[in-house]
Design a protein around this ligand. Structure first.
Ligand SMILES: [Zn+2]
Length: 425
């Protein structure tokens, strides 16, 4: 089996892993400005998409016309399919504003035609007549966002298997049930995400209380609270938290469309009624109503989560020098994003202009990723079940992660570089 890493190595973003030049696991973009995309030109027979976040699915439509032969089949869960279409259409819009273009509307239509829905636990055979060898894969709930999947792929002729975690979270959130690694089959190779390697999450309930107290304090002092969130997953989780503490947020941006998509797929949610109630009690904002929102102290849940575009920039422009208002970040801010710049330098860039932000900035951890302890437990479980080779991916500390594996287990581990290929026998 040949494994080639096209992105997401020693970095978070543009995840893309090519197997035997025929199957690609994820095909994402890195949401920097301008976005970065996987290296090389590929013509796979199929794409298996772990989940709908742009850094895993954002470039899938580009494969539809980038192919010398026919367009590849796209395998994913139903909710991931709907969300990927939604996100792809938005990428075209954002590209028009920011001056990039990776694919067009026709490619999205082709992607929809090529989509094959797969349920968790369903085994899908990819036959040698098309692939040159027989493969079989199966998806498992990854607990990261609704529809997210870990992929177990087996190459029958060589009797080699791999498990790709995608983005994974063990333990329930308000939005969804966590991944259960005990239910995943053993594998010879493990490709494990590393976002939080070396860092454990703080207690969730404690974080929630601090977050709510801070928002109440902001509102009481006459300021507004801006809560930048990913549209898919984080917005819904945060709105559910606010609702459970009796706060009514304004929701601005794509988080509303993502909620509507989730609503159509209730079996991927932990409690669909709770999510519906939280959204029914919220106030939706469009561009025309934005001014009105800021006329009184408000909680605004808005995109983008890392401040690279989206309505959050409107609110920041209005409030950047209001010391009574606050920005409450809700997750990891990756290198090269406005969010990271705000945390490290206290400023953001909008329309080519660097703006110093005088409002308080606070960082909370409502992460949908496994923390350090959970990642290590996962690796330990796979190693004791016969895994011989581990590739830590999707993180800024993958080299340390690989060293940790080698120091602790009879197992090889490699932190791959972008463009590197490994032949495994
Ligand atoms: Zn993700």
């Amino acid at each position: 089996m040949k494994i080639k890493f096209l992105g997401g190595c020693e970095e978070i973003g543009r995840s893309a892993i090519l197997i035997d030049e025929k199957i690609v696991l994820d095909y994402g973009l890195r949401p920097s400005d301008p976005p970065e995309i996987p290296v090389g030109k590929i013509s796979p027979k199929s794409v298996i998409v772990s989940h709908a976040h742009l850094d895993h699915s954002g470039m899938v439509p580009s494969l539809m016309s980038n192919n010398d032969n026919s367009a590849p089949d796209v395998y994913l869960t139903s909710v991931t399919g709907d969300l990927t279409q939604l996100m792809s259409r938005d990428t075209i819009k954002v590209g028009r504003d920011q001056g990039f273009c990776f694919f067009g509307v026709e490619d999205i239509k082709k992607m929809v035609a090529q989509t094959r829905y797969v349920d968790y636990g369903e085994r899908v055979a990819l036959n040698s007549s098309d692939y040159g060898a027989d493969y079989e894969f199966e998806l498992f709930n990854a607990g990261h966002i609704p529809g997210s999947a870990a992929v177990h792929l087996k190459k029958e002729s060589e009797d080699i298997s791999l498990l790709y975690t995608g983005d994974i979270k063990m333990g329930d959130t308000r939005l969804m049930g966590g991944a259960v690694p005990e239910e995943m089959p053993s594998s010879d190779i493990l490709l494990v995400e590393s976002t939080y390697y070396g860092q454990n999450h703080q207690d969730r309930k404690e974080q929630e209380r601090e977050f709510i107290d801070s928002i109440k304090e902001t509102l009481n002092s006459g300021g507004s609270a801006i809560v930048p969130c990913f549209a898919v997953g984080r917005t819904q989780e945060v709105v559910m938290i606010l609702h459970s503490y009796g706060l009514t947020p304004y929701i601005d941006g794509m988080g509303l469309s993502a909620f509507r998509t989730f609503r159509n797929h209730p079996r991927f949610l932990r409690d669909a009624d709770e999510l519906n109630n939280a959204f029914n009690d919220s106030v939706f904002v469009n561009a025309k109503k934005r001014k009105k929102v800021l006329a009184q102290p408000s909680v605004i849940v808005t995109t983008a989560g890392m401040l690279n575009g989206g309505p959050v920039l409107y609110y920041l422009k209005q409030l950047y020098d209001d010391p009574k208002s606050k920005v409450l970040l809700t997750g990891y801010q990756i290198e090269g994003t406005n969010g990271r710049r705000l945390v490290e330098e206290g400023c953001v860039e909008t329309n080519g202009e660097v703006v110093k932000v005088h409002t308080e900035v606070e960082q909370y951890d409502f992460s949908a990723h496994a923390g350090d302890t959970e990642l290590k437990e996962l690796v330990s479980r796979f190693c004791s079940n016969g895994t011989e080779l581990i590739f830590p991916v999707h993180g800024e500390h993958t080299a340390e992660f690989a060293e940790w594996v080698k120091d602790n287990f009879e197992c090889d581990a490699i932190s791959p570089k972008i463009g590197e290929e490994f032949k495994i026998e």
